[in-house]
Design a protein around this ligand. Sequence first.
Ligand SMILES: Cc1cc2nc3c(=O)[nH]c(=O)nc-3n(C[C@H](O)[C@H](O)[C@H](O)COP(=O)(O)OP(=O)(O)OC[C@H]3O[C@@H](n4cnc5c(N)ncnc54)[C@H](O)[C@@H]3O)c2cc1C
Length: 340
Amino acid sequence: MESFDAIVVGGGPAGSACAERLVQAGASVLVLDRAEFPRTKLCAGWITPEVVEDLALDVEAYPHRFNTFNGIVVHIKRLTFTLPSVQHSIRRYEFDDYLLRRSGARCLVHNVRAVEHGPDGFVVDGAFRSQYLVGAGGTRCPVYRTFFRDANPRARELQAATYEHELPCRWGDERCHLWFFEKGLPGYAWYVPKADGYLNCGLGAMAEKLKARGEDVKRHWSHFTGVLARRGLAAGAEFAPKGYSYYLRGGVETVRIGNAFITGDAAGLATRDLCEGIGPAIRSGHRAAESIVAGTHYRLDDLAAYSSDVGFVRWLLERAFTGGRLRATEGLPAKEAAGA
Ligand SMILES: Cc1cc2nc3c(=O)[nH]c(=O)nc-3n(C[C@H](O)[C@H](O)[C@H](O)COP(=O)(O)OP(=O)(O)OC[C@H]3O[C@@H](n4cnc5c(N)ncnc54)[C@H](O)[C@@H]3O)c2cc1C
């Protein structure tokens, strides 16, 4: 059986960020992902300047599509305004592959089914052994399922359902557009242009709230494509959307058990206002690596739970998405809970 210092399950942003730091510290690392990279990951591919900084990404040297917007056009019912803000977009198909290769870790295509802990460390599917195990397998991560689900159950009211498509398309506008609460959607829809003629359009909403109303994302999708067509934003696009769900930030008290860690979507870290998950995934991956290398305490409860700095925006979006049914301070960093 092959042995490693650490096995990372999942090669998305959380897994590659963690693996890269471990490799830099001299650890032997195996990343297992069930998909062969480059792989499709449903995601709008919006990244913040903080993500670029956290990854020390040299934008000039980045070999794939990288786009920068200087403003976001926000539509709320009949109100439309532009928020001046520098943000970026990438294609996850390219970005995740780039980061995983950059990590320098050994990677294998392997669908992890069984993880066990014994006297000599962790054993994955009877084939790989390690001292440390990092769960970075997204919403259905087997490390979460095996070791963390009981201690850290997912809150159904925090489940976001999404529906989206990314495709080559002539943009109707070079700016990013967001539509909040269209047709009462408990979430928002997006139009995110990528460099060199790619476009991502989609919508996300709180699954439980949709279900309670007898609605689903598909019904909202047909309304949304009508909005895009009326505004001439995606002329000629033949959409074939797909769905995926993930969890917004809930309780993250138990994110390490012995030498097992969970990171990214496996820990349910996406922000409660804009459902941003790439940044929190990378930050948690880095923290897990630091904890393994330097023996520091692994905690995620102080990671920002909101993308916006504006209290009213957080409050409005969170209320609209979850119907205010959540305990306002649940799982939040103390300073954010105090302002909630
Ligand atoms: C439609 C949609 C739009 C989004 N838009 C944005 C956005 O614009 N900006 C943003 O910041 N966030 C966005 N998010 C959230 C973001 O995509 C996630 O939060 C982020 O990808 C989490 O990264 P991760 O590394 O934790 O998990 P993932 O990126 O999901 O990676 C997990 C990896 O684990 C692998 N895996 C899973 N199970 C196994 C197994 N059993 N064995 C081996 N490998 C396994 C998967 O193949 C995958 O490669 C969006 C999400 C969705 C669904």
